[in-house]
Design a protein around this ligand. Structure first.
Ligand SMILES: [Zn+2]
Length: 121
């Protein structure tokens, strides 16, 4: 295999709307029209991402170039298409709900362990 390309949101948008390159880039309005909602960042490490660093994960989550690997990220536009359409918004909603749940659980755990080991530190 040659060099692998990790498909980012920017690459995918340019594939859908090639005219944007000539027009000076992707605006928030374009991403809204394509159904890309605002997202918080890399699903692995939480880093804030621009469209050019936001790789389209195989499981539908956004993985930053910081954490991308060929196992976790789409390496072709075709694969990205299958992830990105048609229910992108639903996937992002699910991702947000999952992250919130995970954070709640984390906070709960921390709270409990602090109570148990409370006076030691
Ligand atoms: Zn990351």
């Amino acid at each position: 295999m040659g060099n692998l390309t990790f498909i980012t949101l920017a690459m995918w948008v340019y594939h859908k709307m090639p005219e944007l390159k000539a027009e000076g880039g992707i605006s928030m309005k374009h991403t809204e029209n394509l159904g890309i909602p605002m997202f918080s960042g890399c699903v692995s490490c939480g880093a804030r991402l621009g469209l050019a660093q936001a790789c389209i994960g195989r499981d539908g989550f956004i993985v930053g170039t910081c954490c991308a690997s060929q196992e976790t990220v789409c390496t072709s536009i075709d694969a990205a298409d299958q992830i990105m359409s048609p229910s992108l918004a639903d996937q992002f909603d699910a991702m947000e709900a999952q992250q919130e749940k995970a954070e709640e659980r984390l906070n709960d755990d921390r709270y409990e362990s602090e109570e148990i080991t409370g006076g030691d530190r």
